[in-house]
Structure formats: C-alpha cells, structure tokens
Design a protein around this ligand. Structure first.
Ligand SMILES: Cc1cc2nc3c(=O)[nH]c(=O)nc-3n(C[C@H](O)[C@H](O)[C@H](O)COP(=O)(O)OP(=O)(O)OC[C@H]3O[C@@H](n4cnc5c(N)ncnc54)[C@H](O)[C@@H]3O)c2cc1C
Length: 457
C-alpha cells in the first residue's frame, strides 16, 4: 500500500479510505451529460473539520489533487476527480447542528441533504427556500455551485441565504467567515467569494443558512401561450405587477408533453388549446392568508390573458404540487430522450425573448432539436440539445452560449462551469477577469491542490 494511503488512514481510520475495487462508480462522476467518469487514487471520508484540515495539509504537501464531493448531483462535472487525486467525500459530516428559531437560521455540516433540511425547518414552522429541484443534493454542494432553482425569483439563490461558513484552505488552515447575523461590513466578504467556487478555493465544513417563516398557502396557475416568445415577453410585465410570485417557470410544448407522460398527469387542458399552445407559464404564489394568495394568483392570471394567453387554469393544490414535482423531473426526461447536453444560459429578463428567438434560428440552421423549460422569472433558460453528431451539438452549444453573452447574459445561471463548460468559459470570459480569478485562486491555493482544472485551467 502506498505511503499516501497509509497516512490518510492514520487521519480518518483505514475503513474510511477506499481504494481500487472498493471505489464504487458513483464516486467517479456527477450528473453532467458530457463529462467522462474518472476513478481516483482513493476516496477519503473525513468525519470532522480537523480531519479535513489534516487531509488537505497532507495532500497539499504531497501535491495530490483533491476533488470535494457532496451528493454528486451537479450538472457540470465539477466534482470529477483526477486519476492521481483523491475524492474528499463529505458523507460522514451530515449533522444538522442547530435550528436556531430566534435567529432564524440553521447550522449544518456540509453533507446535510436538502430533503433533511427542509423537514427540520418545517418542524419549526420555518422554511429553507432554496429548491434546486434535486433534494438529494447537499448544502455543501449547493454552496459549491451557488445553487438556484424554482424559488429564486422570490428568495434569491444560495448566496443570498448563506450567513456564514467554516472552511478549510488547501494549506489546512481553518477560517470562519460571517456568522449568525444578516449584514457585515468588516473587510472583504470571504463567505461570498467561496460560494460558487466549485471546490476550487476551500472546503466548506459548516454552513450557517438563513431560514424564512413558513407561509401556509400556495396557489398555482397554468397559462398556455401560442409561442415561447409570447411567454418570455410576458415575464417582465408580470413581475412589474408587484405580486411577488414564488415561482415563475416556463415549459415548452415538448418538455410539457414528456414530463406529463413521465408523471402520468392530466392537467385537464382541453385538446383544442393543447393543439395551439407551444409553451406554458406556471406561476405559483404563496402567502399567510388563503384568500389573498389566491387573489394574487388570479391577478397574475388575468394579466396573462391580457398578454395573450390562450386561457388560464387555476390548478387545485394537489395538481399544482404534482406539476411542480413533474417539472423537477425535466432533466431526467431530457436525458432519457437522448439529450446530448443541457445548458442554463442566464440573461437580463427583458432579453430572454430575443435569446429564445435566436436559439430557434441556431437550432434550425444546424438541424438540431433544442427544447426546454426554465426559471423564466430569473432569465435562466434551460435548453436540452439534441443532435446525433457530437461536433454539431458542440457547435450549437457554443453558439447558444455566445448568443447569451452577446445579449448581456452569462454562460451559466446555476449549474456552474465545472469541466463541462470550461472550454467555452475560457474562450468567452473577459481576459482581465480571468487573470484576476487566477490570482485569487493562487492566493487561496498556491499549489493548485483543490479541484485543479475546474472552471479554468
Ligand atoms: C434532476 C436535477 C435537477 C437539478 N436542478 C437544478 C436547479 O434547478 N438549480 C440548480 O441550481 N441546480 C440544479 N441541479 C444541479 C445540482 O443539484 C446542484 O448543482 C447542487 O448544488 C449540487 O449539490 P451536490 O451536493 O450534489 O454537489 P456535488 O455535485 O457533489 O458538487 C458540486 C460542486 O460543489 C463542490 N463541493 C461539494 N461539497 C463541497 C464542500 N463541502 N466544500 C466545497 N466544495 C464542495 C464540488 O467539488 C463540486 O464542485 C440539478 C441536478 C439534477 C440532477
């Protein structure tokens, strides 16, 4: 057995260092569609911040690359290890340390899965509002990717909920940034710098997350439109009403058909409307008062009709919940149908209609099939790209990302860059910003130990 494996065993106990056949396939990849699996030299499972610190100090000294892994549900290949590196799996650090009702926050170890946090917050009449749609994801992974999801239009993304964190630098030094307070003006904001850094700057070993009061009522409306452009054009106008929807999602015809088929749902939309509708808006409102929540939904629905919706359906609460659950399955539906890549371009809301129009031209010109759904309220479009030839598919992805940037947006709104989008990021990112990021990376991690080659080379 090599010296590194023995030394890692002395830190965490040999039962928590997996090598060779003990490394099961799940440690070799995440859910990215275009990133190949890689088997690492070892999988190491620390049980505490002290363990993480000792592992990183050792790996940094021996120049062994470290890929942090949470639930492995990421969509950009950002927890894929290197063959000579280790996977640092946080799976033993899964304690909800505290739900603090008075300060409305949760203190969590990194491997707390979202489903567990939702349940613990609910027990205290509170809610953790970040819902990226995959409840087996962990809070550490959410911090790593700055996860968003369907409720971001009202509550923002992970970075808006993180009050503070404990993190271990590549050297093994431990830092605590932020705390149980909602504002701070004391030096550079290291918490925010680490959020979204995809495991390249530090390993997060504890997170303090803001919770919000749980509002008991929800109303869901479904508005079919003739075209996707009409849907995306309506979004800024609907938000201008000030009714603060909890979710404002678009689903195109093909995606709606496939998620309904997967879930076995019938929304009761008459055939003559289904025949004409190429896209749907789903709007959810929430509130403390049942009548006012329904009134908000109704006002949004009436405005949809003024904006050209073919009809508006107020869904009964169970159907509304089922539709949102079905929408969460859209990635699996696209994967099952043979999608070659999923992209999540984000842009200014008012430019999304132009983006969608240009995307359909790109698809037509390349004889590719581009369909999807997305967080319309955030200007975050999720497209699944279908084409038999990888080269054409890649060219389509490249052109769509470039178009998003030209319209004032960015390559990814929430899935991250990882390995999957790295080549495009390095091509399109402003060289001055890229150089500054390299200097920041070198300040945190001078030997390039943490997730080397992720985001940029
Ligand atoms: C069906 C499906 C739907 C999804 N929908 C959405 C969506 O709507 N919105 C959205 O934002 N995402 C979505 N995702 C992507 C995914 O759920 C998120 O990226 C999530 O944040 C990943 O969490 P994880 O625990 O699985 O992290 P992993 O995939 O394990 O890791 C993600 C990144 O975080 C790093 N990391 C993990 N733990 C730590 C740590 N403790 N310290 C430092 N870095 C760490 C990893 O190195 C990697 O770079 C979806 C995924 C699936 C499969």
């Amino acid at each position: 057995m090599d010296d590194l494996i023995l030394a890692l065993g002395r830190i965490v106990g040999s039962a928590h260092v997996l090598t060779a056949d003990a490394i099961t396939p799940e440690y070799t990849h995440d859910e990215a569609l275009t990133v190949a699996a890689v088997t690492p030299r070892a999988v190491v499972r620390p049980g505490s911040t002290e363990d993480v610190s000792a592992i990183l100090a050792l790996c940094d000294q021996q120049r062994v690359p470290v890929a942090a892994r949470g639930g492995g549900t990421g969509l950009s290949g950002a927890c894929t290890p290197l063959p000579d590196g280790i996977v640092l799996s946080l799976e033993r650090m899964r304690r909800i340390v505290e739900i603090d009702g008075e300060n409305q926050c949760a203190v969590c170890e990194p491997f707390v899965r979202l489903a567990e946090l939702y349940a613990a917050a609910e027990d205290r009449q509170l809610m953790y509002p970040i819902v990226p749609g995959e409840n087996s994801a962990t809070v550490g992974g959410n911090v790593g990717t700055n996860a968003g999801g369907m409720q971001a239009v009202k509550y923002g993304v992970t970075r808006h909920q993180v009050l503070g964190l404990t993190a271990v630098l590549a050297s093994g030094e431990v830092i605590r940034a932020g705390g149980k307070f909602v504002k701070v003006a004391s030096g550079y904001d290291l918490t925010q710098l680490i959020i979204g850094s995809e495991g390249t700057l530090a390993i997060v070993t504890e997170v303090i997350l803001k919770l919000v009061p749980r509002l008991p009522y929800r109303s869901t409306i479904l508005a079919p439109f003739h075209t996707l452009e009409e849907v995306t054009r309506s979004v800024p106008k609907l938000l201008a009403l000030g009714r603060q929807p909890l979710m404002l999602e678009y689903i195109d015809l093909m995606t709606m058909a496939s998620i309904l088929q997967r879930s076995g749902m019938d929304l009761g939309v008459p055939q003559e409307i289904r025949d004409r509708a190429l896209a749907y808006l789903v709007i959810v409102t929430e509130g403390r008062d049942e009548e006012r929540t329904a009134e908000d939904a109704q006002a949004l629905g009436e405005h949809c009709q003024e904006l050209g919706a073919l009809d508006v359906f107020m869904l009964p609460s169970q159907a509304g919940r089922k539709l949102i659950e079905a929408r969460e399955q859209s990635f699996w539906a696209a994967k099952a149908a043979g999608a070659g890549e999923i992209i999540d371009v984000v842009g200014p809301r008012a430019q999304i209609a132009a983006f969608v129009e240009r995307a359909s031209q790109v698809a037509q010109r390349n004889a590719a099939f581009v369909v999807g759904c997305g967080h319309a309220g955030d200007g975050n479009v999720h497209f699944a790209i279908f084409h038999g030839e990888a080269e054409v598919r890649n060219a389509v992805v490249r052109e769509l990302l470039q178009t998003g940037i030209e319209l004032g947006g960015a390559i990814s709104g929430e899935h991250g860059i990882g390995l999957a989008k790295k080549a495009f990021y390095m091509e399109f990112e402003d060289p001055v910003r890229l150089a500054l990021q390299r200097r920041i990376k070198a300040a945190f991690d001078p030997h390039n130990t943490l997730n080397p080659g992720t985001i940029f080379d």
